[in-house]
Write a protein that binds this ligand. Sequence first.
Ligand SMILES: Nc1ncnc2c1ncn2[C@@H]1O[C@H](COP(=O)(O)OP(=O)(O)OP(=O)(O)O)[C@@H](O)[C@H]1O
Ligand SMILES: [Mg+2]
Length: 365
Amino acid sequence: MTDTIFQPTFGNRPNQYIGRDDVIEQFMQGLREPIGSRNRCTLFLGQRGMGKTALLLELSDRAAKEDFVVARVTAYEGMPKAIIEQLQLNGSPFFNDDRKKVAGFNAGVLGFSFGLTFSEAAERQYGFRSKMSLLCDRLAEKGKGALILIDEVCSSAAMREVASAYQELVGDGKNVAIAMAGLPHAVSAVLNDRVLTFLNRATKVNLGLISTNLIRAYYDRVFGTLDLRASDDILDRAAISTRGFPYLMQLIGYYLIQFTQNDGIISDKVLEKAEKAATKDLEDNVFKPILAPLSDNDRFFLKAMARCGEDITTAKLQSGLGNKRGALQTYRKRLLETGVIETPRRGELVFAVPYLADYLMNQKD
Ligand SMILES: Nc1ncnc2c1ncn2[C@@H]1O[C@H](COP(=O)(O)OP(=O)(O)OP(=O)(O)O)[C@@H](O)[C@H]1O
Ligand SMILES: [Mg+2]
């Protein structure tokens, strides 16, 4: 059986965005707050597959319904130009009438030839900040604000340019807001000062695991619409198997549907097969990329952590680290910065992504 409800890929728009209502609402609320308020500049942090890109897509849709014209970009070098282009493109439907009115004449508003298209002089002379300022004014005429969504935040010249322009625009009272998403180490000490201050000042939201109850209910709904039958026990186990990890929710859902035979029954065997296939994808697409940039010592620490089991205590960790025990705090700090591990409560240490401990335990060397 094939269906497109579950799409276990990265960067796509999920059929339905599950959980995180509070996160979404907080940001949307920020958009309704006065210009410059803190929630209008938010940084979402989360590990691979936690749903950062999917969240930005969701925010883009919601904001567009609340009078914002949205530019969604990634933080690569061409970002400032891409932001301008996206705002022009997505804002142009609100200026259709203008185009008809001027029909070839250059009767534009200051800086524009028509609609959101800059005059030749403005195009040539102005940089990112001035163009943004003109665009914000023009959008304001139609009661619209500008929302910039930046995925894969990193330290770059482009990021610096956009960060400083944003602050100046806010200072000038322009209706602009910004949401960024990135891996947790995006804000670690390696970042350039100016970007770092900007990111540090932003409202930071950690995207963690989502509720398995919501996932269970979602599975139940989807299977119902597809006429697939799953017992309560299977639904429970499938939901628990995801451990609340969004990418895994997509993977398990996808394989459950794929492996179900014509009889439409999601059996034990189907679930087992789906879990196995999902684990393989998880290893290739999440664990390997997470572990690849880490040093041997970091990995050694993570393995010692994995061997501690559920209850990770300092004493257990020290004994697992053997003669490297002296560096415990150094490893701990560094791995917390990279977001591979987390401290949900003081003194507590956990892996940020489920099943990573099991994967490490099964690794040789
Ligand atoms: N809350 C959610 N509800 C439904 N599906 C989700 C949710 N969050 C993420 N997904 C799905 O999980 C997969 C991974 O999400 P996404 O690509 O957004 O991760 P990411 O955090 O951007 O990862 P990366 O750091 O690798 O870019 C996608 O298929 C996405 O549609
Ligand atoms: Mg992403």
